[in-house]
Design a binder for this molecule. Structure first.
Ligand code: PA5
Length: 448
């Protein structure tokens, strides 16, 4: 079985190999702090050996629940935000047909997402769409109090109980939350919902391989055992005892920290495959929330190429030189499309006749890499043999492990997110939430 592979050859014009290898000792210290739980945020290291510790019984419970939901429902709404949403969505979008939502004859239930914004229009349209559907809900919130998710769930639950009756609704709702704390746990116990636990020591953005990600992915019809097997295999490839030169998480963490030191403040995650769009959203949260603190941190952004070459390509080629790219390249697509010959050749494309579309895509990828490196954009490349559950699991664990090391190299706690509270405090004060009376007075004074 192959592994995903990392190539940093195209950063050597900007930073030297020796400088990167100079990180070896520091990286080792960071990786052992993760392993021994002696670094910042060590209460949240449950993700580190999660893939290799999931038991057969846990898989079976997830698969059994998924089967029940699949039998009962043509649509499943997954309510959650941030780490309680992006992992599942990134995997489901990567493996679903691009035209999935248009299909009427379905093998798998349609998976819709809610609770990831406060858009009234979205919720109204969702409600309208669900009116004629047998739907179920997977409600995901670790704290159990997140406004976006709780609001969506209140609306969805009310609608489902009206459409299907309270007893049937109870069979079609699953809650994924803390083992004992929070409003969602209380509600689930009271209503008798099937529940799964988000472990205390796994933060939201590291939770894709807990029921948070695994249940929705299983309901969507994808192989969670393979996803976790891929991650477990990467656990070994990125383990503490693997030498620096052979450890992709170590090399990636060192390279991006050195690039940052040299003024490359923005990392662009690039794909040439739009199915990876939401994977990039997951990655952005992972790195953004983990590293953006104490006035430090690489700003993670993403583009879908070649689409965005026609919008952002100009900036990347010639804008301020504070960026570098990390390209996810898929070696072999799952489908095969050969370009036909056209006798008229009015579009001038006969030079491509007989070639696969992917050959064109690969040359676009290579051409872009050369152009961007010429334009002073260092390039990191991660190749995945093919887009399937095993390799996506590998990719996710690789980025998680590198993120832990990278955050420690930067000197921050990669496992908290104190900055996320600021907007919530203001919003609650403005909405006059009980308990926010003082803040409410202050904010009104500030706005008057
Ligand atoms: O990574 C995180 O911790 C956050 O993104 C949370 O996942 C997000 O805020 C949702 O929180 P909760 O699961 O408590 O509703």
């Amino acid at each position: 079985m192959k592994n995903i592979s990392l190539s940093i050859n195209k950063v050597f014009g900007f930073i030297s190999k020796e400088t990167i290898y100079g990180y070896e000792e520091k990286v080792k210290e960071c990786a052992s702090a993760l392993e021994k739980g002696t670094g910042k945020g060590s209460d949240f290291l449950g993700w580190l050996h999660l893939p290799s510790s999931i038991s057969d019984a846990e898989f079976t419970e997830l698969e059994t629940t998924a089967k029940l939901l699949r039998e009962k429902c043509e649509v499943i709404v997954v309510a959650g935000i941030g780490g309680s949403y992006l992992g599942a969505r990134s995997v489901i979008e990567a493996f679903s047909s691009s035209f999935n939502w248009l299909q009427t004859e379905r093998k798998n239930p349609a998976i819709l997402f809610a609770g990831n914004s406060i858009s009234e229009d979205y919720l109204a349209e969702l409600s309208e769409f669900l009116k004629t559907k047998h739907f179920g809900i997977i409600n995901i919130s670790k704290s159990g109090t997140t406004t976006e998710t709780a609001l969506a769930f209140r609306l969805l639950k009310t609608q489902l109980e009206k459409q299907a009756g309270k007893d049937e609704a109870r069979q079609r709702i699953v809650a994924i939350t803390d083992a004992s704390k929070g409003a969602l746990r209380t509600l689930a116990t009271q209503e008798g919902y099937k529940t799964f636990v988000i472990p205390d020591n796994v933060g939201g953005r590291f939770s894709v391989l807990t029921p948070v990600g695994l249940l929705p992915i299983a309901v969507a019809g994808f192989n969670i055992r393979q996803l976790v097997a891929g991650a477990a295999s990467m656990e070994k490839v990125c383990a503490l005892d693997v030498p620096f030169a052979e450890n992709p998480a170590a090399i990636y963490a060192a390279t991006r920290n050195e690039l940052y030191k040299q003024g490359k403040k923005i990392e662009i995650l690039v794909n040439f495959h739009p199915k990876l769009h939401y994977f990039a959203e997951w990655w952005k949260q992972l790195y953004g929330e983990s590293e953006g603190k104490e006035n430090k941190g690489i700003y993670p952004v993403s583009v879908d190429f070649t689409t965005d070459l026609h919008s952002m390509g100009q900036w990347i080629q010639e804008g301020e030189r504070i960026i570098y790219e990390t390209v996810i390249s898929i070696a072999e697509p799952n489908e095969k499309v050969v370009i036909p010959t056209d006798n008229e050749n009015l579009d001038g494309l006969n030079f491509l006749s007989g070639k696969r579309v992917d050959e064109v895509n690969k040359m676009a990828e290579l051409g872009t890499q050369l152009a961007h490196v010429d334009g002073n954009v260092p390039n990191i490349r991660v190749e995945i043999p093919k887009l399937d559950e095993f390799y996506l699991g590998q990719l996710m664990y690789f980025f998680e492990k590198a993120c832990g090391i990278s955050g420690y190299l930067l000197g921050v706690n990669p496992f908290d997110q104190p900055g996320v509270e600021a907007y919530k405090k203001n919003m609650f004060a403005l909405l006059e939430k009980p308990g926010y009376e003082e803040a409410s007075k202050e904010i009104k004074k500030r706005l008057s």
